[in-house]
Unconditional design. Structure first.
Lengths: 105, 190
């Protein structure tokens, strides 16, 4: 899959996980890896980008005498998920057209 | 590799970044390794499962470094560097000019789109006010102006979302180009 496309898709996947509950790096990877291929190293720049775009915000919580960074989805992030869903309606229509060899259903 | 060795190796590979960026990256990987160990992995497995340290460092550097740092050398310029720079200065100026022009064009297109959008709304508002003020002098024409003005405001409102989306995509395209250039320079340096 095209790298840029994959990056964009992973961003939305991370936002979707965070739309259910606030989460932290390792848990995000664990929850997502059931559905898509993602590693902690791939997640780091994604979280940084999402934070920079104000899609998510971060806060730290003390956990077993160490700090754990939690991420919370923001309004901009919710909008990004919606934007993705709207965009993919048209992409799916094109996919069906291409898969059908350009024939009308 | 154990955790402390991984952290010090990563820190060395990130030494071109500002200290706060290095600290943020180290804190993230320290937390991840601790979480993996808490999940039952031994230290070695928790570290090795993160992948190749060079690739991890490259991805972090790529994301956190401005494009100029990739192009300009870290060491002071030697006399041969300066000679070559002077020799190539027309070409460099031309290239910088092209980059600035592309950036300006993107901004101009985005600004123009928003200006068109605002114009529709403002013209519409002005038309409504004018038609109300002048209503008694020419009733049919003012009703027409009122309706056209409402349409104009409507077009402005309807166009806002696609213009916002288009502008975002256009801006996203420049980010992609910059990332592509960074990758090219990293490969050249390697």
């Amino acid at each position: 899959m095209d790298t840029q496309l994959k990056r964009g898709l992973l961003e939305v996947c991370v936002l979707t996980i965070l739309s259910k509950e606030d989460s932290y790096g390792y848990k995000i990877v664990r929850d997502l890896s059931e559905h898509v291929e993602i590693t902690e190293s791939t997640l780091y720049p994604i979280l940084k980008r999402l934070e920079k775009q104000n899609c998510v915000s971060a806060y730290t919580v003390e956990h077993k005498s160490r700090l754990r960074k939690y991420f919370k989805i923001e309004q901009v992030g919710q909008e990004k998920i919606q934007e993705f869903l709207n965009d993919w309606e048209s992409v799916l229509a094109i996919y069906k057209f291409v898969k059908g060899g350009g024939k009308d259903e | 590799m154990n955790k402390s060795k991984f952290m010090s190796e990563l820190s060395i590979r990130l030494n071109t970044l500002p200290q706060h960026e290095i600290n943020k990256s180290l804190a993230y990987y320290s937390e991840i390794i601790a979480d993996r160990m808490e999940d039952g992995m031994c230290e070695e497995v928790a570290v090795s499962g993160l992948g190749d340290i060079d690739e991890i460092a490259q991805e972090i550097v790529l994301d956190a470094t401005p494009i100029s740092k990739f192009i300009l050398p870290n060491r002071p310029l030697s006399s041969s560097d300066i000679f070559l720079l002077v020799l190539c200065s027309p070409l460099i100026i031309l290239l910088i000019g092209i980059v600035i022009l592309i950036y300006l064009s993107v901004w101009l297109v985005i600004s123009a789109l928003y200006l068109i959008n605002i114009s529709f709304v403002l013209v519409g508002l002005a038309g409504i006010v004018a038609s109300i003020v002048d209503f008694r002098n020419n009733i049919p024409i003012n009703i027409l102006i009122f309706i056209v003005s409402l349409f104009s405001i409507g077009i402005g409102i309807v166009l806002y979302a696609p213009i916002k989306k288009g502008s975002k995509k256009l801006w996203g395209l420049t980010t992609l180009v910059i990332r592509y250039i960074k990758i090219k320079f990293i490969r050249k340096k390697d």
